[in-house]
Design a protein. Structure first.
Length: 682
């Protein structure tokens, strides 16, 4: 199969699509409003039918009154027509084709708990497949067609799923609320650890495609999560083409598991047996397993170093049982994040950040030669069957659509986009720390006119090893600020992946100096090249590591900013590393705080609080266990104690992200009101 993809927004042709409801009004400038962004249809997860003729995909819409997202399954027919499957009325996610392409399996909670359901390809009626006594978290359909591989959270000392259900019920009925813990993690992401582990289960199916018998744990008693918590998914396990084996990625280090990122690949027979470790010799993460279409080869991604964030993995290949393993790609300085086989078995697909884009690459399975299949934009999902490749693709001025080559197969949000002005990203480069070339983005405000000047929002990304790419965002979208009349600057400082391993590694032990130098130089370069930007009317905004950097800017480089915005930012780095949900993150600083006290103090914002003077908006969620809310409270307390104009926005029911639609709009409104007021013309 030869694939040439040129993803230019202007070239995407519009398919037939069902009429969408009227969208909220745009801003006075004609740009994207907060309400519009919150209500947009979010497209994802393309799945080709086995014969390659139809595409199943997911669309998330917003139930504003219910303050939640709602999932639905859509179909792109062989003639190009799009339609929403009627069974979506009860909520549907994770749509997957049956092995013969005659049915679709999906997850739904319409029956009171999350279970697998089934419908024919027309999607007219839904039949419940599983009736497990606990929620099903995810699943894969066995290529043999006679089973599902389910994932569910269970107590590993329980003999069956009913035991887990009964124990949870008994806990909920207790009057006492005291809980005790003997090991970390205490609270992954946004909930306290209740002792359960994610395990994989074999669910046999009868001739009608419905569950037959009880699910059977494939790893009984294993002290491990498959998939990982808190944000793992089906990419961490795969079924062999003959349905006889499952390969999965997990950690099994017991009490010290939380202090390492070393994961391994295991292979287990679905008819029983002990899982076999295939990658025990590698002390770094092994992940993203992919079995070749003929079942003879296994490919995966292998980290090079333990506990190094942003480590750019090798592409490995071996026999299906892990034998004769070899490095297929060793010198690709980009760091792939996903892996999948092409249906003819001659190549693999991988996504990776490169120079501010998140591209799709093809890797020759014999030679390891790598070539990019996309140029601009972000590929967030893909599937290929019978020589046909489809992708979920977006750009910073184009929400996600399902595309094939240069042709859009979907056209969601068409009415909104037709009446809304969006700003086009303008990349630029400058000499940053150490004289290295650093990349960034500039966006003009909607309605920009030559000769006028405009306020500037400097958006700082989190991670820190998570770059700004040319992609559409429902969290920090520059189009929200351009619609409000701001120019936008975004810098991919040292530490951002996609620019080589040395560039990414440069932030290690240097959270607060080298990236700060890049941000200072990059912002000045943007101001110099764009005289329409009013340097006297600028605000710096960031979340997570970006919020940390806002606090560092406040103490070390607060000019020329009039105001600062800090969401979920860090005040005390040593305290963060000992309280957050990730136990191995200390290696960003080379070790724990008590062993490297001087470095922690140098890189911690609270060291420089005496130099703070600019107005700051602080926002934080109480369910944020990645950067606990005490970091935001300490920031606000330090501001108030010094009499610095400040405001604390508390979101009690949100985690590190703001997800509920009404919360998100009000949260963003607080940010826009703050930046607009403080950057108003004199």
């Amino acid at each position: 199969m030869r694939v040439v993809v040129a993803l230019l927004c202007a070239a995407l042709a519009s398919p037939a699509v069902a009429q969408e409801p009227a969208a909220p009004a745009p801003t006075a400038s004609g740009g994207l409003s907060l309400e519009q962004l919150a209500m947009m249809e979010r497209v994802s997860d393309p799945q080709l039918s086995p014969d390659g003729r139809r595409v199943l995909y997911h669309v998330r819409t917003t139930d504003w009154a219910g303050n939640r997202g709602v999932g639905a399954l859509w179909m792109i027919e062989a003639d190009g027509a799009n339609r929403r499957l009627p069974i979506s009325d009860g909520g549907a996610a994770n749509g997957r084709w049956s092995a013969d392409g005659r049915a679709v399996y999906f997850l739904s909670s319409r029956g009171g708990s999350s279970q697998v359901w089934r419908t024919d390809a027309e999607g007219q009626a839904a039949t419940q497949v599983t009736t497990a006594p606990v929620d099903i978290g995810g699943f894969r359909v066995s290529p043999s067609g006679d089973a599902l591989i389910l994932s569910a959270a269970v107590f590993i000392d329980c003999a069956d799923l009913a035991c887990t259900r009964d124990r949870l019920k008994a806990r909920s009925e207790r009057k006492a609320t005291v809980e005790s813990y003997d090991r970390l993690p205490l609270r992954p992401w946004d909930s306290w650890n209740d002792g359960r582990r994610n395990h994989l289960f074999l669910q046999p199916l009868n001739g009608s495609g419905l569950a037959e018998g009880a699910p059977r744990d494939l790893t009984p008693g294993l002290d491990a999560d498959i998939p990982s918590r808190p944000q793992g998914g089906e990419g961490e396990y795969v079924v062999s083409p003959d349905g006889r084996h499952v390969v999965f990625s997990t950690q099994t280090q017991g009490r010290v598991e939380v202090f390492t990122n070393n994961s391994d690949l295991y292979r287990v027979a679905v008819d029983g047996g002990t899982p076999v470790n295939l990658t025990e010799q590698n002390p770094a993460p092994d992940f993203a397993p992919a079995v070749s279409p003929d079942g003879r080869r296994l490919a995966w991604l292998a980290g090079r170093r333990e506990n190094v964030g942003g480590d750019q993995a090798r592409v490995m290949i071996a026999g299906a049982d892990g034998s004769a393993a070899r490095v297929l790609v060793d010198d690709w300085d980009r760091g792939p994040a996903s892996l999948a086989w092409r249906s003819d078995g001659r190549a693999l697909y991988a996504t990776a950040a490169e120079n501010g884009q998140n591209k799709l690459f093809e890797i020759d399975a014999a030679s390891g030669r790598v070539r990019a299949l996309t140029d601009r934009g972000t590929v967030s999902g893909l599937d290929e069957a019978g020589g046909r490749l489809v992708m979920a693709w977006d750009a910073s001025d184009r929400p996600t659509q399902i595309v094939e080559g240069a042709r859009a197969l979907t056209d969601h949000n068409a009415a909104l986009l037709a009446s809304t002005a969006l700003s086009t990203p303008e990349p630029f480069t400058f000499a940053g720390w150490n004289g290295d070339t650093v990349q960034g983005w500039v966006y003009k405000p909607v309605g920009w006119r030559e000769g006028q000047t405009y306020p500037v929002a400097h958006l700082i990304h989190g991670g820190p090893k998570s770059p700004w790419t040319d992609g559409w965002s429902y969290r920090w979208n520059p189009q929200v600020y351009t619609a409000a009349g701001f120019g936008v600057v975004m810098i991919n400082f040292h530490g951002s992946p996609g620019f080589g391993q040395a560039f990414t590694d440069a932030i290690n032990d240097h959270w607060g100096d080298r990236p700060l130098e890049d941000l200072e130089r990059g912002f000045e370069a943007a101001l110099s090249a764009n005289p329409w930007m009013d340097r006297g009317r600028a605000c710096a905004l960031g979340a997570s590591y970006g919020g940390y950097m806002v606090n560092m800017i406040a103490g070390r480089a607060h000019e020329p900013y009039r105001c600062l915005v800090n969401h979920a930012g860090v005040f005390d780095v040593g305290m963060l590393m000992n309280a957050m949900d990730i136990g191995n993150f200390i290696w960003e600083f080379g070790g724990p705080s008590w062993e490297r006290a001087a470095l922690y103090a140098e890189m911690s914002p609270n060291t420089y609080v005496g130099q703070w003077e600019k107005p700051m908006l602080v926002l934080h969620g109480s369910r944020d266990f990645r950067v606990p809310v005490e970091q935001g409270l300490a920031t606000f307390s330090a501001l108030q104690r010094q009499g610095i104009e400040s405001r604390f926005v508390h979101v009690p029911d949100e985690n590190h992200w703001i997800l509920k639609p009404q919360n998100w709009v009000e949260w963003q409104r607080e940010i826009l009101d703050w930046t607009t007021r403080h950057t108003a013309a004199p």
